[in-house]
Write a protein that binds this ligand. Structure first.
Ligand SMILES: *Cc1c(COP(=O)(O)O)cnc(C)c1O
Ligand code: SF4
Length: 335
């Protein structure tokens, strides 16, 4: 596949969607016909962590339903402003594992690159909602330090593109970076952790498929989908394009009260993922980040849900339940 050489002024459809995302709570409330009484708290919560909802994602929400499971993931609420003990700014202590700008090395054998500081969607439960991305926006020269770090440590066999959302970066940069990484002989795998193809499926275009496939590295894409309603025909198409290019597609979800913390939803999620060609990989317990306490699910409830999933689904559709512990070389597998 020969990518069309993008002129500098060329703006792809996905970049237009990115720029065109809903950022004003007033517009969100008007589009979805939400109770104006909730607008003031939403505006307050946005001062801390802005609203950002791409329109293709918004189109999958039900109008006039304040409990819509997609809306709840992006809706700023007054509860976010509560200071609760046990909820921190950097619950995973990622800042301590940041040896060079743009690189996090906390998992054995895997180096994580903060490829883009921004996301296409701002998820209210995100554990990186307070991460100082401003300090992690490396120039090409600084990328060289991250690449040198990877080249100097032969235990690193996998590079993970993370963020923010790595697919918010442009394909020219991603092509360059992937070529640099492929030149380091001890790296075998490239993993991309992204939510962009879910919220803007047009992101999976020819230019994107080009750098993902024109490399000796084996590519794995880990999507982030929490509810079956997130999978529409466009997402199916994007995933099919990845799979036709022989890219493995996995999913990680976060267990979220009000969104997917029920056996029925989790079973439907696994089935809908598989129908789209995606294997359920992780189900994360919520990280105790300040502002996200209203999504928390008790551990006992999570354990019971998983028991029901195991009793109802084939093993390959049951996600691994994990949580992050700061300082650990891998995630903690709970049950
Ligand atoms: C957990 C996690 C990783 C590492 O994942 P493994 O599958 O355990 O290797 C990388 N990036 C992000 C964003 C993660 O949450
Ligand atoms: S990093 Fe992932 S979970 Fe966090 S806001 Fe971005 S897309 Fe959402």
């Amino acid at each position: 596949m020969i990518p069309h050489a993008a002129a500098p002024w060329h703006i792809s459809p996905w970049q237009q969607e990115l720029a065109n995302a809903v950022r004003d709570p007033r517009e969100l409330f008007a589009l979805l016909d939400l109770d104006p009484a909730e607008l003031e708290p939403a505006l307050s919560a946005c001062r801390d962590f802005p609203l950002r909802v791409p329109r293709p994602y918004l189109a999958r929400m039900r109008r006039g339903d304040p409990a819509d499971p997609l809306l709840l993931q992006v809706l700023p609420k007054g509860q976010e402003l509560l200071t609760l003990s046990g909820y921190e700014h950097d619950p995973l202590k990622e800042l301590a594992a940041n040896p060079v700008p743009g690189l996090v090395h906390k998992y054995a054998g895997r180096a994580l690159l903060i490829v883009s500081p921004t996301c296409a969607v701002n998820c209210r439960y995100c554990f990186r909602r307070h991460f100082p991305y401003g300090d992690n926006k490396p120039s090409r020269e600084q990328w060289q330090h991250a690449l040198d770090y990877i080249a100097a440590d032969s235990s690193i066999s996998e590079v993970i593109y993370s963020g923010g959302d790595p697919l918010a970066a442009n394909d020219r940069h991603l092509l360059w970076l992937t070529q640099q990484i492929a030149a380091i002989s001890h790296v075998h795998r490239l993993r991309v952790h992204t939510r962009l193809p879910v919220v803007i499926p047009a992101r999976i275009d020819d230019d994107c498929l080009h750098w993902l496939t024109a490399t000796r590295l084996q590519s794995v894409v880990v999507l982030h989908i929490n509810h079956p309603n997130e999978l529409d025909a466009q997402v199916h198409q994007a995933v099919s394009a990845l799979r036709r290019a022989h890219i493995m597609v996995l999913n990680q979800a976060v267990l979220l009260a009000g969104v997917n913390a029920s056996a029925d939803v989790l079973i439907r999620l696994s089935e809908a993922l598989f129908a789209a060609g995606i294997l359920p990989y992780y189900l994360h317990l919520l990280d105790p980040v300040m502002g996200a306490a209203h999504f928390a699910t008790p551990l006992a409830v999570a354990r019971k849900l998983l028991g029901t999933l195991r009793a109802s689904l084939p093993g390959y559709l049951v996600p691994r339940v994990v949580s992050e512990k700061s300082g650990e070389p891998s995630k903690v597998h709970l049950f």
